[in-house]
Ligand binder design. Structure first.
Ligand SMILES: [Zn+2]
Length: 205
């Protein structure tokens, strides 16, 4: 792509590093910004750098948060002893949208995936084991979706905490195989949390 402006070329190159955005799309977006008032671009860049610089991870659940404790963990009406294990904030948002869950979350930050070089130590698993060990949790709900990576991760955590007295369950198999939680409709997802099954039973099926 030949540019008549280095400034435009730099902006297009930066933008096209984002996933799903090729050079053509990046160019279209930049030309759009150039047609808008300058404030729009400065608001956009301010929002991006504020987000990047100021965002935190909740020190209890590892969810993305503006404060040391996320709004869910800080809410006294949530049930602290029931913890739902999820991959990332998109799953938290999907489950929150169902209004079917009143416990807390534990965000792993990914799933075990040897193909991608992601092992248990790359994920936020040990803090979860520690929480279970402390005896404050009565039930752990695995909600990682039914992919092979999800199953592997569930099973790994299950093995780590098996010796402690904690009930384990998994969201019901209404969630079809390979479906990520965020794409499952709210009613199905909500129902699968309410009708969750003991984790041991899911191993036999
Ligand atoms: Zn939290």
């Amino acid at each position: 792509m030949e540019f008549s402006s280095k400034l435009l070329e730099n902006a297009v190159n930066e933008m096209s590093q984002l996933p799903g955005i090729g050079k053509r799309t990046a160019l279209r977006l930049m030309l759009h910004l150039l047609r808008q008032p300058k404030e729009q671009t400065s608001d956009l860049s301010k929002a991006l750098s504020n987000m990047r610089n100021d965002i935190k991870l909740c020190k209890n659940c590892n969810n993305i948060s503006d404060n040391d404790l996320c709004e869910i963990c800080a809410n006294p009406n949530r049930l602290e002893d029931i913890v739902c294990v999820v991959e990332d904030i998109r799953d938290v948002m999907a489950i929150e949208n169902t209004s079917s869950f009143r416990g807390l979350y534990h965000v792993l930050g990914g799933k075990i995936s040897p193909m991608d070089g992601i092992g248990p130590n790359d994920l936020n698993i040990q803090p979860l084991v520690k929480k279970v060990k402390s005896g404050k949790i009565t039930e752990l709900i695995f909600a990682l979706g039914s992919t092979m990576e999800g199953d592997t991760t569930n099973f790994y955590i299950y093995k780590q905490i098996q010796e402690f007295k904690v009930k384990t369950s998994t969201i019901a198999r209404g969630i079809s195989v390979g479906n990520e939680l965020e794409y499952t409709d709210e009613v199905t997802l909500g129902r699968s949390i309410i009708n969750r099954i003991p984790f041991e039973a899911s191993l036999k099926s």
